[in-house]
Design a protein around this ligand. Structure first.
Ligand code: ZN
Ligand code: ZN
Length: 338
C-alpha cells in the first residue's frame, strides 16, 4: 500500500512527509484492517509533523503515518472481532485504544485514560490506503452519510460536541463560539441544536460565511471589530477553539457575570476575577457514547461537516494551506485508488 510517512518531525518547508510504499498491516486480535476512504486534516497533525510535541513523546514511533479522523470500509478482520463484517462502513477517532480498567475508562471518561493511544500519534493513522483499528474504538458509519463528509465527525465533530455538552445550554441562552475552523463550525451547530442563540466569532470571511450557513444567529468579524468590546459581558457561555491568548481574553470580556468559558485549546489567564463568579472549563474529545450520538445526529441531518476534498498524496500541500489559513473549512484527504 501507499501512505504518507513521517520519518522525523521538521518544519513543513523541509518536506518531512513522503508518499511512499509501505507494508500493508495485518490485523491482530481484536483489530480490523480498514481500507481508508477519507481522513481529515487536523491542526494537531501539523503540530506533530513540525515537531511541536516531541517533548511530549509524540510521535511515539518512527516512521509514523499521521491522521486521526478516518472513515473507510472493513477490508479484513482479526481474531475475536465481533459486530463488524468485511465491507462495513466504519470510522475511527483520535482515541485508538484505552485501557478499559482505570478510573476514567470505567466512568465514561475514557478520553482521559492516561494510557490512551492516539491514532496517528502512538500508532499509524489514516494518511494511508489502509490502516488498522481497534474494534473497541471503531464505529459504524450510518449509510446515509458520505464517507468524506463523515470523516471530520470523528475529531472536530466529537470535540465540538464534547465542548458544548460541558455547558448547560437551553433556549434563550447566548453562546459565543470563538475560532471557526473545522471544530468551530461544528460547535455552532451543536450549540444551535441545544436551543441557544449562537454568535460566531472569527477572522476569515469564508469561516464567517460558513458559520451563517450552519445557523449562527450573529457573526462578529474579529478583523473589523473587537469581539470583547462589542459583546461585553453579554454572553452566557463562550467556547474557544482559537489557540491565542488574545482570543481567550476577548472571550472572557464577552462573558456575562456567572458565565462559563469552555476552552478547547490551551489557556493562560491572569487576573481572573472572583467577583464575577465565572467558570473556566477545558474540554478534550468525548467518550464513545458521545461519538455515537454525533453520528446519529449527522445521520438525521441535524449537523453536517463542510469539507474541502483533496487526494491523499497531497497531504503536505494541504497541511501548508492549513498552516497559512487558506482552507474554507475542514480539509479531507480522499483515498482515490481502486
Ligand atoms: Zn483532529
Ligand atoms: Zn484507562
Amino acid at each position: 500500500m501507499h501512505a504518507i510517512a513521517l520519518n522525523s518531525p521538521a518544519p513543513l518547508d523541509a518536506n518531512p512527509l513522503q508518499w511512499r510504499e509501505v507494508d500493508t498491516p495485518s490485523p491482530g486480535i481484536g483489530q480490523l484492517l480498514i481500507k481508508v476512504a477519507a481522513c481529515g486534516v487536523c491542526r494537531s497533525n501539523l503540530h506533530m509533523v513540525e515537531g511541536d510535541w516531541v517533548d511530549g513523546g509524540v510521535p511515539a514511533i518512527s516512521p509514523i503515518i499521521p491522521g486521526h479522523e478516518v472513515t473507510g470500509t472493513v477490508a479484513a478482520l482479526g481474531d475475536a472481532v465481533e459486530g463488524f463484517a468485511v465491507g462495513d462502513r466504519v470510522g475511527v477517532q483520535p482515541l485508538w485504544w484505552t485501557c478499559e480498567e482505570c478510573e476514567y475508562c470505567t466512568s465514561g471518561r475514557e478520553q482521559l485514560c492516561h494510557r490512551r493511544k492516539i491514532t496517528g500519534e502512538h500508532v499509524n493513522g489514516g494518511y494511508a490506503e489502509y490502516m488498522l483499528s481497534n474494534a473497541a474504538h471503531t464505529y459504524h458509519v450510518p449509510e446515509s452519510l458520505d464517507l468524506s463528509e463523515a470523516a471530520p465527525l470523528f475529531c472536530p465533530g466529537i470535540t465540538a460536541y464534547g465542548a458544548v455538552q460541558k455547558l448547560d445550554l437551553g433556549p434563550g441562552a447566548t453562546v459565543a463560539v470563538f475560532g471557526l475552523g473545522g471544530v468551530g463550525h461544528m460547535a455552532v451547530q451543536f450549540a444551535g441544536l441545544a436551543g441557544a442563540d449562537v454568535i460566531a466569532v472569527g477572522r476569515s470571511a469564508d469561516h464567517l460565511r460558513v458559520a451563517r450557513e450552519v445557523g449562527a444567529t450573529r457573526v462578529v468579524d474579529a478583523t473589523a471589530e473587537d469581539p470583547g468590546e462589542v459583546l461585553a459581558e453579554s454572553v452566557d457561555a463562550a467556547i474557544t477553539f482559537a489557540p491565542s491568548d488574545a482570543v481567550t481574553e476577548q472571550a472572557l470580556k464577552a462573558l456575562a457575570w456567572g458565565g462559563t468559558l469552555v476552552a478547547g485549546v490551551p489557556v493562560s489567564v491572569s487576573g481572573f476575577p472572583f467577583n464575577k463568579a465565572q467558570t473556566i472549563k477545558a474540554s478534550i474529545l468525548g467518550n464513545r457514547t458521545q461519538m455515537n450520538e454525533v453520528l446519529a445526529l449527522a445521520a438525521q441531518g441535524k449537523v453536517r461537516s463542510i469539507v474541502d476534498r483533496f487526494s491523499l498524496p497531497n497531504a503536505p500541500e494541504v497541511l501548508g494551506r492549513l498552516a497559512a489559513g487558506k482552507l474554507r473549512s475542514r480539509a479531507v484527504l480522499e483515498n482515490r485508488t481502486e
